[in-house]
Design a protein around this ligand. Structure first.
Ligand code: ATP
Length: 336
């Protein structure tokens, strides 16, 4: 059974059968999209000429809704776009590491960037809040518009850009200060007025950490677990009331339980913030994101390797019916 037959059979029925409470789904001939269901969190139970997968209770709802609307594609439209990138190229010295990326990033949605190692995902992410400005040799061509304003225009203040567009890194990096002072740091530096206690409490609540730390706010942040430290870094980022959160593999240093907490948190935060996440974990992209962009590495006639955006589309589409064969090969594990 291939995609077309599966579509005729009804991906909606597949999803309905796979819902928690009716956990068994049997699919003939291991179609690649069934492997995608597995990649997205279902468990493989057999692999002969048929594949049985079970869906865990936290099966991704996004996947279910995609299955209910097979073939639907709804790339981010400019009216909802927070960022619009046009022909963006990134260089370090003479080396061009990313070529001609054109894409939109939707407001209050989670956009995941996945793809081959060295395809420029982190460089692209960091260019969205000018984090690379001070990196020796960094140069950007093309246009990144943020709220329709050229992010790299001469009159734009990079500090203000980084206030409005926050960043959470791969490894939790709290300051060697108290939990309270970590969260209060940004608001103080930015001269935010109002009760600091309220600001700190609000940020910790939003980062789903308040209940765990409210009785020890003056304790060192370094005493927290890795997962708590990462949520503290998220609290620190949102304390200055940004509009966007950029996350560069925020769970790669965390165990599965801490990862699940951050993923839940991301979905909560997406109500208020636009989130862009770089992840190597396709299951994570499938679980948390609304849109997914896939980047690959190409080699030019001089042997120069550079990253390219292959496609960006609804996550459900990317994981069930991508437009480009390279995306399909990547998400089904055929290369990369
Ligand atoms: N500061 C830098 N100076 C020079 N080259 C860099 C710098 N940062 C990244 N690069 C190069 O740019 C290319 C893209 O790197 P980048 O980290 O953006 O890719 P990535 O897709 O995020 O990779 P990975 O998945 O392995 O983390 C790589 O060839 C990398 O070596």
């Amino acid at each position: 059974m291939g995609l077309i037959e599966a579509g005729a059979w009804g991906l909606g029925r597949v999803a309905a059968a796979a819902r928690p409470g009716r956990p068994w789904l049997r699919v003939k001939a291991s179609p690649w999209w069934a492997r995608v269901l597995v990649a997205a969190g279902a468990r493989r139970a057999s692999t002969s000429d048929s594949m049985a997968v079970t869906y865990p209770a936290n099966a991704p709802s996004a996947l279910t809704s995609a299955a209910e609307t097979p073939g639907e594609s709804d790339p981010p439209g400019s009216s909802a776009a927070m960022f619009e990138l046009h022909d963006v190229c990134i260089f370090y010295g003479d080396a061009q590491v990313l070529r001609r990326v054109t894409m939109s990033i939707s407001r209050k949605q989670i956009t995941a960037l996945i793809g081959l190692s060295g395809s420029g995902k982190s460089s692209l992410l960091r260019s969205l809040n000018r984090m690379n400005d001070d990196v020796p040799g960094f140069r950007i061509e093309g246009r990144i518009a943020y709220e329709r304003q050229d992010l790299y225009a001469a009159e734009v203040d990079p500090q203000e850009v980084r206030r409005r567009i926050g960043m959470v890194f791969q490894r939790p990096n709290p300051f060697p200060k108290s939990i309270y002072d970590n969260v209060a740091f940004g608001p103080r530096v930015n001269g935010m007025t109002g009760g600091m206690d309220d600001i700190v409490e609000k940020a910790l609540i939003k980062a789903a950490l308040w209940d765990e730390v409210k009785d020890r706010l003056k304790a060192s942040a370094l005493l927290l677990s890795d997962g708590q430290q990462q949520r503290l870094c998220i609290a620190r980022a949102i304390a200055i009331e940004p509009e966007v959160l950029l996350m560069d593999e925020p769970c790669s240093a965390l165990d599965p339980i801490a990862t699940a907490k951050i993923e839940d948190l991301m979905q909560e935060l997406a109500r208020d913030y636009t989130i862009v996440i770089v992840t190597h974990n396709m299951q994570q992209a499938a679980r948390v994101s609304d849109y997914t962009g896939f980047l690959t590495v190409e080699v030019d006639h001089e042997g120069q390797r550079y990253g390219r955006l292959v496609e960006l589309d609804r996550t459900t589409r990317i994981f069930t019916k991508p437009n480009d064969k390279r995306t399909e090969d990547y998400i089904t594990g055929r290369f990369g």
